[in-house]
Design a protein around this ligand. Structure first.
Ligand code: UDX
Ligand code: UDX
Length: 458
């Protein structure tokens, strides 16, 4: 059967993989090919053990793979055949040179643009899926269109708003899809071609069209606003701990105001993930480079509060455990940056583990999906960290348990059994406020939650 359209995605990561699986499932008439520089990753996508964990993804890939969804290592062929190319390679924070620590590192993006140019024999639409600094499309257009092949590339921005752990759900019924392009006739035509893909399953009124710069900037802004809510509620959690106000009660009360709303108001040990910190710092860098110093410092503070919240958590553990954790076994329940993912990028657990190790604690890490990544993150401390899949074994002989990821399994453990196996007095630090603190206190634990008065027996 001939396919109606050929779509290619460069970058088979957390965004590219799930997004293409959903497009392939919703549009069986399109051929969707995914390529990646990492050949091992492509092999994994073609096996029974997908390289990422995402609820619902296995079933979707099983249904579509080798029907109209293909994972391939042949970038050249993929590029040549495709009419539409999504680019979803990573754009990490620059670690060197000008803008180090803030600006986005666009080397992979530029390399990808040149690769597209090298293998193209016909005009194509190139879609920015990765989060990019505003005005990147203009640089990309210049690289792509200064060619002697007399072919034309239209660069369209279609930022991804999926959250890990709910990626399939977010893709299948998104709040909105955003598509930005140049406002020239060719730009509008390219934009419409991308709208047509999503219109197969997304109601038209949820597909927003805009100019390409608004689209690029909206992605950075959306993440900055979401992260700002968490930093705002976390800043108030510190005040609650001093005043006997309860952060969950405060969040509930303010969230009922429809102008504020209940979402993203859960106080925590801090936000993590591949996007928030990177995107805010990128926004800070862009503001600075336009001379908007005040705006830059405003957003920078969102990241600073997050770092402060993480270090406050470690400090609180230390102070309450008689000012020393040296030689004490501490079990960390959860290492992923949030539940339902194995991803640990920028996870607050990394900072907490490193902080405790610096205090010479013996750290035991347990997590249902993230132990493999945790091993990589803490490879420098190999000898002093234990990785244990079973939370009961992890807590055995521990002075303290700290909940760092809101996995459901940690809500329902037998905490009486755990208490008996721990060193007394036993400490419980709930960095996600998911446990029944009063009940655990009555059982005998000393309980410390985020934004709540401590419950201690001494
Ligand atoms: C990516 C971007 O990092 C992020 O800015 C954007 O918002 C969404 O897309 P993610 O999918 O989570 O995020 O990144 P990752 O899982 O690291 O996937 C990127 C993939 O691109 C990797 O598999 C990497 O091997 C691949 N890649 C990278 C290429 O194929 N070519 C390159 O030149 C560089
Ligand atoms: C985020 C955005 O939500 C998504 O739209 C964007 O495309 C990519 O970045 P993601 O990083 O996958 O998605 O996770 P998200 O659910 O936003 O959580 C980010 C962090 O904030 C996690 O560490 C989470 O635990 C934390 N968080 C979230 C809180 O601490 N409190 C909350 O109320 C919500």
């Amino acid at each position: 059967m001939a396919f109606e359209k050929n779509i290619l995605c460069i970058g088979a990561g957390y965004v590219g993989g799930p997004t293409m699986a959903v497009i392939a499932a919703k549009c069986p008439q399109y051929k969707v090919v995914v390529v990646d520089v990492d050949k091992e990753k492509i092999k994994a996508w073609n096996s029974d053990h997908l390289p990422i964990y995402e609820p619902g993804l296995d079933e979707l890939v099983e249904k579509t793979r080798n029907r109209n969804l293909f994972f391939s290592a042949d970038n050249a062929k993929g590029i040549e055949e495709a009419e539409i190319i999504f680019v979803s390679v990573n754009t990490p924070t620059k670690t060197f040179g000008h803008g180090a620590g803030k600006a986005a590192d666009l080397q992979y993006w530029e390399k990808t643009a040149r690769e597209i140019l090298a293998h193209s024999k016909s005009s194509k639409i190139v879609v920015e899926k990765s989060t990019l600094p505003v005005r990147t499309a203009s640089a990309m257009e210049r690289i792509l269109n200064e060619n002697s092949k007399s072919i034309h590339f239209e660069v369209v921005s279609n930022p991804e708003f999926l959250a890990e752990g709910t990626a399939i759900q977010d893709l299948e019924s998104p709040d909105r899809v955003l598509i930005g392009s140049r406002e020239s006739p060719e730009g509008i035509k390219a934009r419409k071609a991308i709208v047509e893909i999503y219109a197969h399953w997304v109601p038209r009124e949820r597909i927003i069209q805009s100019n390409v710069w608004s689209s690029e900037l909206s992605k950075l802004t959306a993440n900055a606003f979401l992260a700002q809510r968490i930093s705002s509620i976390n800043s108030i959690s510190a005040l609650c701990e001093k005043t006997e106000a309860d952060i969950d009660e405060v969040a509930h009360a303010i969230g009922m105001d429809s102008r504020i709303g209940p979402k993203f108001l859960k106080a925590s040990v801090g936000f993590g993930g591949s996007c928030f910190k990177k995107d805010i710092l990128n926004l800070v860098y862009i503001c600075d480079s336009y001379g908007l110093e005040k705006v830059a410092r405003y957003w920078e503070a969102v990241v600073e509060i997050n770092e402060w919240q993480e270090s406050r958590f470690i400090q609180n553990m230390l102070e309450n455990m008689f000012s020393t954790v040296a030689g004490k076994r501490i079990a960390l329940f959860g290492f992923a940056f949030k539940a339902n993912t194995g991803d640990t990028r920028e996870s607050p657990a990394i900072y907490v583990a490193q902080g405790l190790l610096a205090e010479k604690a013996e750290v035991v890490i347990t997590d249902p999906k993230a132990l493999k990544n945790a091993r990589k993150d803490l490879k420098d401390f190999k000898k002093r960290v234990i990785f244990e899949a079973d939370p009961y074994k992890a807590a055995k002989g521990a002075h303290a348990v700290a909940v760092l990821t809101e996995w459901d399994v940690y809500r329902d453990l037998d905490y009486r059994r755990i208490l008996k196996s721990m060193v007394q007095p036993a400490f419980l630090f709930d960095g996600r406020n998911i446990l029944d603190h009063k009940k655990l206190f009555e059982m005998g634990y000393n309980v410390f939650a985020i934004g709540k008065a401590p419950l201690k027996h001494f």
